[in-house]
Design a protein around this ligand. Structure first.
Ligand SMILES: Cc1cc2nc3c(=O)[nH]c(=O)nc-3n(C[C@H](O)[C@H](O)[C@H](O)COP(=O)(O)OP(=O)(O)OC[C@H]3O[C@@H](n4cnc5c(N)ncnc54)[C@H](O)[C@@H]3O)c2cc1C
Length: 213
């Protein structure tokens, strides 16, 4: 593969960079943790691939989050409308597709006579189980990054991300227990273990996404 078509990812003391080649000497650069300029100043790998920056396309928070309720009477949320993931994990598209398939099955089940409350409980549990797995994956990633050779683990950014992910998992475990206690009488046909009810997650990344080259 030509270098300009490859993806590059680089861990830095102040965050991380993700460079996606778009062909024709153009690419998209995602900067997480600090400004693009600040991270490029720390970079050894990605900076070598960039000859110039265009205007920043957008900036937005990118912390994992899920709606307090993902469905209710007459509605189901799925995809970005239901939850968002840490961009480090690449979980978004696959999960959005799976949620859409599950949402279709839930709607069909209700239209064919299944108890709507049980179906909604099942749907909610499946989404929360997926979110919980995502948080576990985040903790694994951030632990690995913090212990990787090169010294970035000492930086406040990686420590803060790991602490946030671990705090989120602790909160998730409490929610699982609470949900399980209050829903233990539901039909097991629609019940899955290992889920949680969340508010917003506790840590935040910032994206700058300028076009480059
Ligand atoms: C910068 C960035 C990088 C990402 N990288 C990855 C990655 O590497 N791997 C990964 O798995 N995921 C990644 N994601 C996440 C992934 O893009 C999303 O999780 C996924 O696209 C969500 O799908 P969706 O259908 O819910 O939302 P979207 O893809 O946002 O689609 C929503 C669609 O609905 C349309 N729409 C909105 N409102 C209306 C309306 N009222 N009527 C009609 N249409 C409407 C919009 O125009 C849009 O086309 C990334 C996201 C971003 C922002």
């Amino acid at each position: 593969m030509h270098q300009g078509e490859a993806c590059w990812i680089e861990s830095l003391a102040g965050g991380w960079l993700f460079l996606l080649g778009l062909g024709n000497q153009r690419g998209s650069l995602i900067a997480v943790g600090e400004t693009t300029e600040s991270l490029l100043a720390q970079s050894r790998l990605v900076v070598e691939q960039v000859s110039g920056l265009g205007a920043s396309a957008c900036e937005f928070p990118a912390y994992p989050r899920i709606l307090e309720e993902v469905c209710g009477k007459g509605w189901l949320a799925c995809g970005t409308g239901a939850m968002a993931f840490d961009p480090l994990c690449g979980d978004g598209t696959g999960t959005a597709l799976r949620e859409a398939i599950l949402a279709s099955a839930a709607i069909r089940g209700i239209s064919r006579g299944l108890n709507p409350s049980d179906v909604r409980a099942h749907y909610s549990l499946r989404l929360r189980a997926g979110f919980l797995r995502h948080l576990e994956q985040c903790v694994t990633f951030y632990r690995e990054a913090r212990s990787a050779p090169g010294g970035t683990w000492k930086s406040p950014f990686w420590s803060k991300e790991l602490n946030g992910a671990e705090a989120g998992l602790t909160a998730a475990a409490r929610r699982v227990t609470a949900w399980w206690t209050s829903n233990s009488s539901r039909s097991s046909r629609h019940r899955l273990p290992g889920t949680a009810r969340f508010g917003l997650m506790v840590y935040q990344l910032t994206y700058n996404s300028p076009n480059v080259w």
